[in-house]
Design a protein around this ligand. Structure first.
Ligand SMILES: [Zn+2]
Ligand SMILES: [Zn+2]
Length: 139
């Protein structure tokens, strides 16, 4: 008998697996994901924004954001699929914070090793963005 837990979506009691949601919710999320990915696969929809996808598919923006954070929807492929920074609400498409807020956080960090780690991460992020922008220009 597995461990019982409350589903983080519908609060139903269920036997905990690798997921933190119950089977019903899991199936619902899978259906939603299929819907969103089918919508985005169409060429004309590739530059759709989050609210547009939300409106067209009926899938909540929160769930779509979850898919982005889980990297099931790649913002490198769908550049307009941004979601708000957890601190200031600016549109971002990677991580939890925008560059400005991440910078601010960086200044608040005491440990130098942590700072070095963050800088490295930010640099990597910038590199990725550069690649994307040059890629777009070529089209
Ligand atoms: Zn559930
Ligand atoms: Zn921010």
């Amino acid at each position: 008998m597995g461990e019982l837990a409350n589903c983080t979506r519908c609060n139903e009691l269920f036997v905990k697996t690798l997921k933190d949601i119950c089977k019903n919710c899991y199936n619902e999320e899978e259906n939603a994901f299929q819907k969103v990915s089918r919508f985005l696969r169409l060429k004309k929809n590739r530059e759709a924004t989050l609210p547009e996808v939300e409106e067209e598919t009926g899938v909540s923006g929160q769930l779509i954001t979850k898919f982005i954070k889980e990297k099931r929807l790649l913002t490198s492929q769908f550049p307009k699929l941004a979601y708000p920074c957890e601190k200031c609400g600016n549109n971002i498409n990677t991580g939890k914070l925008c560059t400005a807020c991440a910078d601010e956080l960086l200044r608040d960090l005491d440990s130098e090793t942590q700072v070095a780690e963050r800088v490295k991460l930010l640099k990597e992020k910038e590199n990725k963005q550069t690649i994307y922008y040059s890629f777009k220009k070529d089209q």
